[in-house]
Design a protein around this ligand. Structure first.
Ligand SMILES: [Zn+2]
Length: 303
């Protein structure tokens, strides 16, 4: 069997993205399906997503999951906005397809993709923040993905930047977490407060691009909050590169990042603040499936 290709699957709340990926991170073919509402249907769709891409060149499968995974047992506890809960996911997929299977948190997978094939190629210490409807994060430390004791990864969105601040999103019971201040959801809430109920994060960015001072100041304020988190992360992880991705992160870059970098360099100590470079993600919406494929190769090479 040739070990040149893997299938990467990025499971999201609204869609499943799957692709055949080379060891260099090139996507050869890709498909997209809607995410169904029950666990049984979801497994049928995941099976079909793999089957339609499966060829003799495919040596392993990888899955990016929007939630914490257990690398020791292959278990998924829950996946945000999907019907998966408490499932022996990796074993189930390995039995179904007879191939090595890797799983990872989706934000970790995106970080691995940008490290192996995107903005942070050939850098040993990388921290990625994915700003979409939520805030995902991933860390590469000394040339290896940092995964913690069970491999769940890091939840960089759930660090406190404001004591007793805003309630966090979704099932998180915390307050003042970074995620509550810097996502597309937070931007939409601020846009509606300033411009009325029809406004959202897209319109906010468009208005800022057109020179609207209110929109620009809202995005700069989001940037300052983001910078508080980034400064803390620089102090903890000493990354050489921070990659900012996600739909909102990339779209709002020009308005959010100058303020974020200014605050980050205020909060970070030397040498962290002098060393760290902040780069825009390069792989876009394909980062998740490319990263999932790299996780597949990792599982293959560990066999
Ligand atoms: Zn939280």
């Amino acid at each position: 069997m040739s070990a040149t290709h893997a299938i990467g699957v990025d499971l999201g709340g609204t869609k499943i993205l799957a692709g055949i990926v080379t060891r260099g991170g090139e996507v050869l073919r890709r498909h997209e399906r809607a995410t169904p509402k029950t666990q049984e249907e979801l497994f049928e769709e995941l099976d079909a997503a793999v089957e339609e891409l499966l060829t003799d060149d495919v040596a392993a499968l990888g899955f990016g999951i929007p939630g914490p995974v257990n690398q020791l047992t292959g278990q998924i506890y829950e996946a945000v906005n999907t019907p998966i809960a408490d499932t022996e996911f990796r074993g189930r997929m390995r039995d179904r397809f007879g191939l090595p299977v890797g799983i990872d948190n989706d934000a970790n997978a995106a970080a691995i993709a940008e490290w192996k094939a995107g903005a942070a190629r050939d850098v040993d210490n990388v921290l990625m923040l994915t700003l979409g409807t939520g805030l995902g994060g991933g860390v590469i430390a000394n040339g290896k993905p940092f995964r913690g004791s069970t491999g769940a990864g890091v939840e960089l969105g759930h660090v406190v930047i404001v004591h007793d601040g805003r309630p966090c999103q979704g099932r998180c019971t915390g307050r003042g977490h970074l995620e509550a201040y810097v996502t597309g959801v937070a931007a939409t809430a601020a846009a509606q407060e300033a411009f009325g109920p029809a406004a959202d994060a897209h319109r906010l960015v468009r208005l800022a691009n057109e020179g609207d001072e209110t929109a620009r100041s809202i995005l700069a304020d989001i940037g300052r909050h983001l910078g508080s988190g980034m400064g803390s992360f620089a102090n903890i992880f000493e990354p050489q590169v921070m990659v900012i991705g996600g739909g909102f992160g990339v779209a709002s870059w020009d308005h959010v990042m100058p303020a974020a970098e200014e605050i980050m360099r205020r909060e970070a100590l030397r040498p962290m603040r002098d060393e760290v470079r902040v780069l825009r993600a390069e792989l876009g919406t394909a980062a998740g499936l490319i990263g999932a494929a790299f996780v597949a190769f990792e599982a293959l090479d560990a066999v």
